[in-house]
Design a protein around this ligand. Structure first.
Ligand code: AMP
Ligand code: MG
Length: 402
């Protein structure tokens, strides 16, 4: 049995990037950036006024109140491009270029115009450079502003737009086939008969995979028969980058997933990880090159193993620079038990208390089949292997679920 860290390392070694494609900017949100984004201009591109007011020379205002002659107007999109001299002022708007000769902007609230708008009275002196952002102060042309490997968020779309990236090179989305195995399963639109349950894993796995950037197809439910499973996997291997199944990876007579993989000639990298919940988890490569994740059947184990392992692979396929969920330090709200031979990932809710500490409340739950409690989970609190119990108030690591 290998550790979670070893399993993640193997997955990273076995997973390469799928390559890039160009998309129109409005479609780039949530995708992994696959190119360097370089500023094509200074920002601001000219000395820019931050206020509505008057462009002046600070030295002319030291003995304010003072009257200055208005010689022009500079508006956003329509500047005043002459030389402003001593004793003069230019009416200026937010976002407009500051004229040559002016070195400060006095905000309109501290002024009033006289004599039909030919003179402005400044009620207070203005300090040198006030309310002006100098050309290139924010970014210089040629500067690298976004690096490949980041997941594009809403704020980054502004950066892309500002520097003219109407199209953006992003990582290809992994194509993922999802299949639930289990003779007991019926689909969501069926009434379970005797000994049957509705499949929920297909939907939670699809949801997790989509959050990780994948394009997902759900395959039909598969009964616990090697030949059926083998055919479905072989078919999916032809056109998908990864196949993710649930169920059938434990030690029961009808746990047929590993047999199907062996008959297909898959290379199995691991099949048990020292993890609770989620010990039986298969990671393999099919002869076509398609990666295979055989997740356990229990819905909670599915979410834990997906987010630790499958998600990492899907993000690595997209060249993400942080494919592994980050660990944070949290305070345990109540004492919990660990497991001697396995690392525990306990479903928890994260909250900050009045002292600003990040607190993990491990949920009282009924085990790895209790997916109703799990629906309230926002994070997994990590208890190292070999630790009998951890007291309330102790510091532990936790990962937030996407
Ligand atoms: P298994 O790993 O196949 O032994 O399944 C473990 C438990 O998870 C059993 O109680 C299964 O009925 C349940 N289970 C397996 N697959 C699913 C699924 N797709 N949706 C909901 N529960 C499942
Ligand atoms: Mg089963």
């Amino acid at each position: 049995m290998i550790s979670v860290a070893e399993a993640i390392q193997i997955i990273r070694q076995q997973t390469g990037p799928l390559g890039a494609e160009k998309v129109d900017l409005p479609r780039a949100l949530g995708r992994v950036l696959a190119q360097e984004i370089v500023a094509d201009s200074d920002l601001p591109p000219f000395d820019r006024s931050q206020m509505d007011g008057y462009a002046v020379r600070a030295a002319d205002t030291t003995s304010a109140p003072v009257s200055l002659r208005i010689v022009g107007e500079s508006a956003a999109g329509k500047g005043w491009h002459r030389q402003m001299n001593e004793g003069e002022a230019v009416r200026i708007m937010t976002g407009a270029p500051v004229p040559a000769g002016a070195d400060s902007v006095q905000q309109v609230e501290l002024t009033h115009e006289l004599k039909d708008g030919t003179v402005v009275e400044l009620l207070a002196p203005v300090e040198l450079g006030r309310s002006i952002v100098k050309q290139g102060d924010e970014i210089k042309a040629g500067e690298l502003v976004l690096r490949p490997g980041v997941v594009i968020n809403a704020a980054m779309t502004a950066v892309l737009a500002a520097f003219g990236y109407a199209q953006v090179e992003v990582a290809k989305r992994p194509r993922v086939a999802v299949a639930a195995t289990g003779t007991e399963l019926v689909s969501v639109n069926e009434q379970p008969g005797q000994d049957q349950i509705r499949d929920s894993n297909n939907y939670s796995i699809s949801a997790c995979a989509e959050l990780a950037g994948a394009v997902v197809q759900r395959l039909p439910l598969i009964r616990d028969e090697v030949s059926l499973l083998k055919n479905q996997i072989a078919e999916a291997a032809k056109s998908f980058d990864a196949v993710v199944t649930s169920g059938g990876v434990s030690m029961g007579v009808y746990d047929v997933t590993k047999n199907a993989l062996k008959e297909l000639g898959a290379e199995i990298f691991f099949e048990r990880v020292a993890l609770r919940p989620g010990k039986p988890i298969v990671f393999a490569r099919l002869p076509s090159g398609t990666l295979f994740f055989g997740l356990p059947g229990n819905p909670v184990s599915v979410s834990v193993t997906f987010n630790l392992f499958t998600r990492t692979a899907l993000l690595a396929m997209q060249g993400a620079n942080e494919p592994v969920l980050k660990q944070e330090t949290v305070v345990l709200a109540r004492s919990v038990k660990g497991t001697m031979d396995r690392e525990s990932y306990l479903p928890s809710q994260l909250m900050t208390n009045d002292d600003g500490e990040l607190i993990a409340f491990p949920l009282k739950w009924g085990g790895s089949s209790d997916f109703v409690s799990f629906a309230l989970t926002t994070a997994l609190a990590i208890i190292p292997a070999g630790v009998k119990s951890v007291e309330a108030g102790s510091l532990v690591k936790a990962i937030r679920l996407p």
